[in-house]
Design a protein around this ligand. Structure first.
Ligand SMILES: Cc1ncc(COP(=O)(O)O)c(C=O)c1O
Length: 455
């Protein structure tokens, strides 16, 4: 059975144990009817007291996941929780596949933390009353203040007046585009970019213009050229942990891009969703050109993908337009969810969850490091994925298809490509997939075995 090897010092031990078992039940590693280890046995294995294990099992029982049979033991209950709509993030319904195609947060202790926060909220009826009211379109002041604290983690600073709360980064991106473009406009972006940008641009009738990238991201000369032609006024980019290449701009490159933006009067939309995972975050573009940069962040990669809360820091002149875009799209970000995010930001829960996330990413990557050693692989210690460049004669789309047949889902470079530019042959494989260490390693072994033949 899956039990934590080590316990996170900042979360009560019983919660940590309960959370790991919950995750094992959710992912079906612990099937219906499985008997949990006797209290004393698990306590000895984990070096905790029997009382701690009893509290963990009681927590699971409270959530309806296990039932205790007197004199017999504790058993995993049937999956009636799934019938009630319990969410399971899978793979387009496919079974028996390892899904490395999605960059999602890795579930750690957040389930029981959410249960606690909701219980606290339930006891504070005056707060419940507040979150059931209409809020200003940019979010309530306390929520924007928490947003500012969140954004400060990445090194940006501003006034709460210029913070806009959104339902995640995709929503923020949509609002940024709505506020800065008209149908028919051209948007510059890294030639390999986040596919959510494509969806939003298509919907708004915008043309995407791919800019060549190198190991730091957008090549300044390419941006200069597009600006000289006068075709681009708005540029989307991801300076820190670019998705999918994991490239991170040097300080010099950031300064160059900011200078160009100023010279050509560009608006920059800076996406920092993956940057939230970076330990020593370099100063964002926003620091170099705050008057023209819309900075976008969210809790989804580092804390929980379903906690749909994003924050934007917006130049004062654009504030009204962005607020109108929020109003037009959803009136305001959902206050109840924003309240959970605020509490977690303000009480330090996010710091703890991010630290755990970083540790787990590194641990998982270490498990497969030897396997990938013979291959051309790019990554960053805090990135959720590997960017794997296969040897000749592999094409990325064929490789992704072959891997799918072998039971491993990855994303091919084509999924990130703008237009018909030449792009590298590469696949993105995320360590957030794989329901156990063994499945993770087996999945990466399949990738390795397919690629090392002929090396
Ligand atoms: C670069 C980038 N930006 C934005 C998003 C969307 O983030 P959210 O889930 O907060 O909408 C993603 C999600 O994959 C992403 O990779």
């Amino acid at each position: 059975m899956c039990i934590p090897e080590q316990l996170e010092p900042h979360i009560p031990r019983y919660k940590m144990i309960a959370s790991h078992i919950m995750e094992a039940i959710r992912s079906s590693r612990l099937g219906e009817g499985t008997k949990l280890p006797p209290h004393r046995l698990l306590a000895d294995r984990l070096g905790v007291t029997v009382g701690t294990v009893s509290k963990a099992y009681a927590e699971l029982e409270k959530h309806g996941l296990v039932s205790a049979r007197v004199g017999d033991g504790t058993y995993v209950r049937g999956h009636d929780h799934e019938d009630r709509g319990y969410f399971r993030a899978v793979t387009n319904g496919a079974q028996d596949v390892v899904d490395f195609s999605l960059n999602t947060h890795i579930s750690m202790g957040e389930v029981s933390l959410l249960a606690d926060t909701l219980a606290q909220l339930a006891a504070q009826t005056w707060h419940l009353h507040g979150v059931l009211q209409y809020q200003p379109d940019s979010g309530s002041l306390p929520h924007r203040q928490s947003g500012l604290r969140w954004l400060a983690r990445s090194g940006v600073d501003g006034s709460p007046e210029n913070v806009v709360v959104t339902n995640g980064a995709q929503h923020a991106l949509l609002c940024a585009l709505m506020a800065t473009t008209r149908p028919g406009d051209a948007i510059g972006a890294e030639v390999l970019s986040y596919p959510g940008l494509f969806a939003a641009a298509r919907y708004l009738g915008l043309r995407l213009r791919g800019m060549p990238i190198d190991e730091e991201g957008i090549v300044p000369e390419a941006l200069e050229e597009a600006c000289a032609l006068g075709v681009v006024r708005v540029v989307f980019c991801t300076p820190t942990l670019h998705n999918p290449t994991t490239a991170t701009m040097s300080l010099e490159r950031r300064a160059q891009i900011a200078r160009l933006a100023r010279r050509h009067n560009l608006i920059l939309i800076e996406d920092d969703v993956h940057g939230t995972l970076v330990t020593d975050h370099p100063p964002p573009l926003h620091c170099y050109a705050p008057e023209r940069t819309i900075f976008i962040s969210s809790l989804t990669k580092a804390v929980a993908s379903g906690l749909r809360v994003g924050y934007m820091l917006v130049p004062a002149e654009l504030r009204q337009k962005v607020a109108l875009a929020v109003r037009a799209s959803c009136w305001m970000a959902t206050p109840l969810v924003a309240e959970v995010a605020s509490r977690w930001i303000d009480d330090g829960t996010v710091d703890q969850l991010i630290r755990q996330q970083q540790e787990e990413i590194r641990r998982r990557k270490a498990l497969v490091a030897d396997l990938l050693a013979p291959l051309d692989v790019r990554s960053h210690p805090d990135s959720l994925h590997f960017w794997i460049l296969p040897p000749e004669p592999w094409r990325s789309d064929e490789l992704a298809e072959e891997l799918r047949h072998a039971g491993v889902l990855v994303k091919s470079a084509d999924a990130f490509a703008i237009g018909r530019h030449e792009i590298p042959h590469a696949i993105r494989a995320s360590v957030s997939g794989g329901d156990s260490d063994q499945i993770l390693v087996d999945g990466f072994r399949i990738i390795r075995d397919m690629l090392v033949v002929g090396l």
